[in-house]
Design a protein around this ligand. Structure first.
Ligand code: HEC
Length: 135
């Protein structure tokens, strides 16, 4: 009777461990969370920026840009799931993206709508280009 109890106990523990495994595997690491969060913020603020720019609200566009730029830092620590071997290319694209954002900052300060819109198209292309290879 005592032995039976132990066996059930062992089976029970093993079952719990098995049940816990998939949940554990799919729980994102803090790094992965940060990675997703940085892109979620980017998407939200980038959309807001383009709306503000279209409305000619340079100060709101600048505030959104600052948040997009803050999220660029996270790109340096990205763990790639796709084309991991092309990390040099990823760094190059991240760098170009950062530079274009900085240029956009200048155009917003000068309230140069045409230049800001041109740069925003270039940046849109940068999002797509990087996603095509690395997302
Ligand atoms: C230099 C590369 C690079 C650039 C530039 C880039 N992204 Fe991403 N983005 C990624 C990668 C890699 C992922 C996938 C992240 C993952 O799965 O962990 C991603 C994921 C996303 C996601 C999905 C969110 C998630 O949970 O992962 C959104 C939305 C997104 N990006 C929006 C944007 C927007 C908008 C821009 C431009 C303003 C942009 N990204 C620029 C590399 C980039």
């Amino acid at each position: 009777m005592k032995a039976m109890g132990s066996i059930f106990l062992i089976l029970g523990v093993a079952g719990l461990a098995l049940a816990a495994e998939p949940a554990h595997k799919h729980a994102p690491s803090p790094e992965m969370r940060r990675q997703h969060d940085s892109m979620t913020v980017t998407k939200k603020q980038w959309t807001a920026l383009k709306k503000s720019l279209a409305a000619g609200d340079f100060s709101a566009a600048g505030a959104s840009l600052a948040r997009v730029q803050k999220a660029v830092g996270a790109l340096e620590k990205f763990k790639l799931h796709k084309n991991e071997d092309r990390v040099e290319e990823f760094r190059e694209q991240s760098r170009a993206y950062g530079e274009n954002l900085a240029e956009l900052g200048g155009a917003l300060k000068e309230k140069d709508k045409a230049r800001a819109e041109g740069l925003s198209k270039t940046i849109d292309h940068g999002c797509l280009q990087c996603h095509q290879t690395f997302r």
